[in-house]
Design a protein around this ligand. Structure first.
Ligand code: SF4
Length: 468
């Protein structure tokens, strides 16, 4: 106790002065707040006398600093003291009260602890209510079916529906027995068996839809789960797909295409890309133009540019739904709807191949693909919303996609990683980002990178401008 009454003389008055200035108070005001006589305080500031430990601690508490801060010699290191959290966007020191600063410092300390813990633990696994990944189950079964048909030398289009369903059921059974996770899943509860049975029926409908599609055109499934780049563990590969950046760095792209169909047109082999989606999915022109929806163009470019593609001609790429939910309908509409095809593939393609896609549509919307034939515009009817592209536009789209990838890669390697999440309509990546708990982006304080929503025709105008 006596010790605390001893006077400490090794105080750095320059630091007390600095803190007073920082807080916008004068030393006499501080003396009054702390309860030190003005004369003693002035003498302490000139180094004439010391102050007690309790008085020093009061000063330290007031400025929300440690006692040692005022015993250290030398001037204040402002870089250390003013962390980015204490600066405004213009990199200026903000005027915050001591209490607010104390809260920010505490939050920062907790955040540092959290980050150091995150480095030690693996990615937090999110709890999911669905123990079986149905999307992966669908993909594996469809892959197995196509490989089986290929191994037995059977043409998908020429195999009758009954045989297709038999083969599909056999492949489902094989996978269910072979895969220990799925077999455990099925044996655990009757309800799980029901899930697999339902998934099987979903696949039966989907395979029947694929059969109708391939029978109406000339394209036939050739590869299933074919990779490019370093995406390993596949039976077939198109080889490397690399792009050279301006500084001679090489951008290497990896991926796996769900299904690649071939047709022979004249003497040439033409490829058509399919990507299975659980639900109905459309190609988004807006997202494409901003480099957000690049999957289909990248797949087409991989076919065209990979080292060993089998053919460099690509007709187009489509998303195809696997699960189709029944729509609301009235009894009167039921008969009309019975002819509806709910698995329509949506994507983009070179319109000159429309006959190879769907040889049965001479007028109106194709039942199977997103294009319309009219007497005036032929296969380019309703061009603004159709997936068909005139050959020049199709080539422009692919060039634009390639340039966009190069531009994005160059921005990343040059260090452009601003915390500036996009917002397109109501959509922003923050809503599903894993880093949200530690991210400092706050929509109430910071601005989103607002992206313009664009129609197909506006994007094609941009494509033309880029092409120059
Ligand atoms: S939460 Fe943060 S890290 Fe995640 S997308 Fe938004 S800004 Fe980026």
């Amino acid at each position: 106790m006596k010790k605390h009454l001893e006077r400490i003389t090794a105080i750095n008055p320059g630091r007390i002065q600095w803190c007073c200035h920082d807080q916008g108070i004068t030393p006499p005001e501080l003396a009054e707040i702390i309860g030190i006589a003005q004369s003693n305080f002035t003498r302490m500031m000139t180094g004439e006398i010391g102050i007690t430990f309790n008085q020093l601690r009061k000063i330290a508490d007031y400025f929300n600093r440690g006692v040692l801060f005022f015993l250290e010699q030398g001037p204040v290191d402002t870089v250390q003291v003013y962390t980015p959290q204490f600066r405004t966007l213009a990199n200026q020191k903000s005027h915050l009260s001591t209490k607010v600063k104390a809260i920010i410092e505490r939050v920062e300390r907790q955040r540092d602890i959290y980050l150091s813990l995150r480095e030690e633990v693996a990615e937090v696994e999110e709890f999911k209510f669905e123990p079986l990944d149905l999307g992966s189950f669908y993909h594996r079964v469809l892959d197995a079916l196509l490989k089986r048909l290929d191994a037995e030398g059977k043409d998908f289009a020429a195999t009758d529906d009954g045989e297709l369903i038999t083969l599909l059921r056999e492949e489902i059974e094989k996978l269910t027995k072979k895969d220990s996770f799925i077999s455990n899943f099925v044996s655990r509860r009757g309800y799980n068996e029901f899930i697999i049975d339902s998934a099987g029926r979903v696949l039966e409908d989907c395979v029947m839809a694929i059969a109708q599609m391939v029978r109406t055109g000339s394209f036939r499934p050739k590869f299933s789960e074919v990779s490019f780049g370093k995406a390993g563990d596949t039976h077939d590969t198109l080889g490397k797909y690399e792009l050279v950046l301006a500084d001679k760095r090489v951008l290497s792209l990896d991926g796996k295409i769900d299904r690649l169909d071939y047709a022979v047109v004249g003497d040439e082999k033409i490829a058509l890309v399919f990507d299975y989606k659980r639900r109905d999915t459309s190609f988004s022109w807006s997202e494409f133009s901003h480099g957000l929806d690049m999957q289909l163009p990248i797949y087409m470019l991989a076919v065209r540019n990979a080292a060993d593609p089998g053919t460099k001609n690509v007709a187009g790429a489509f998303y195809m739904p696997i699960e189709v939910s029944p729509r609301k309908t009235t009894l009167g509409e039921l008969l009309e709807r019975s002819d509806n095809f709910e698995y329509k593939a949506k994507g983009v393609f070179n319109g000159k191949f429309y006959r190879q896609l769907d040889g049965g549509t001479d007028s109106g919307w194709s039942r199977f693909y997103s294009f319309r034939v009219t007497s005036k515009d032929r296969q380019y009817g309703n061009y603004a919303i159709s997936g068909a592209l005139k050959p020049n536009d199709f080539e422009g789209l692919l060039r634009f996609a390639e340039q966009k990838m190069i531009q994005l890669a160059q921005e990343i390697v040059s260090g452009k990683i601003d915390v500036s999440p996009y917002r397109l309509g109501q959509v922003s990546p923050c809503s599903y980002c894993n880093y949200r708990p530690v991210c400092r982006f706050d929509w109430q304080v910071n601005d989103y990178n607002f992206l313009e929503s664009l129609s197909k025709s506006r994007v094609l105008e941009r494509v033309e401008v880029v092409d120059g």
